[in-house]
Design a protein around this ligand. Sequence first.
Ligand SMILES: Nc1ncnc2c1ncn2[C@@H]1O[C@H](COP(=O)(O)OP(=O)(O)O)[C@@H](O)[C@H]1O
Ligand SMILES: [Mg+2]
Length: 268
Amino acid sequence: GMFASVYQLEDENQQWAVRCFDKRLSDQQERYQAISRFILEDHLPFTVDFHYIEDGIKCGDAWFPVLKMPWVEGESLESYLGKIYREPELLQKLRREFQLMMDQLRINGAAHGDLQHGNILVKDGEIYLVDYDGFFVPELSGKKSNELGHHNFQHPGRSENHFGPYLDNFAAWLIDFSLFCLIEDPQLWETFSGGDECLLFRRSDFIKPDSSALISALKHHRSEKIRDGVEILLDLLRKPLEEIPFFESDMSVAIELKEMQTQGDLTN
Ligand SMILES: Nc1ncnc2c1ncn2[C@@H]1O[C@H](COP(=O)(O)OP(=O)(O)O)[C@@H](O)[C@H]1O
Ligand SMILES: [Mg+2]
């Protein structure tokens, strides 16, 4: 998100993350309470329970809302990847975790809205999501999105009007494919400055794929699976966000996508 700062506080029992808001959005309380209810009830292992407290912190004479959640002793996805990008088994485990998480979000009709290196924390190889500003839950259907997510992870066509269970579909394919690329070829992390506000791909790669050194390197990669994967990614970029299929860990979907694309090529 863009409207908050996070503090680590401790009481006798545990560490807390307390998120203070710089400004108040019109439907803020309603939104966060809907998201909080969903997360408190969802029993998903990768969400962190939080409460929205309307009168959370007093500044001068005025009270401001805060979010309170347990502090996750983890590190950001980019920091973790920076350590393990040469260890295919750990990468594979992480990718599997990520896929299971996306399956669970899909099954529950929810979407995070800002999947990116800073909002995905890793602790003992397990994934935790933080930053629920842009989270979609079924109760919020019909609203607009109050943020657009990190530009290096989102479909360039995303707007405030995109708000539904499909919201993460591009970012999920992108993150999964980025992890796959590193498993196949860890050197990509160094060559393309992975971890600098991104995993591997940046917005410029999405907007101008024809002049992207990364896209070109992947198109000519020795790994056939990387070559196929980058064609799928380019195909996703040509679709409107709402038409991008749900990410499914079942690879048959990737193959279907590839077939769809081949047909497209024939008719174009
Ligand atoms: N519950 C938490 N446990 C540990 N770290 C957290 C937690 N919540 C936030 N953080 C850290 O604070 C950073 C900023 O918090 P976040 O909620 O993403 O706000 P924003 O992106 O709006 O600054 C996160 O990237 C993460 O490193
Ligand atoms: Mg964040």
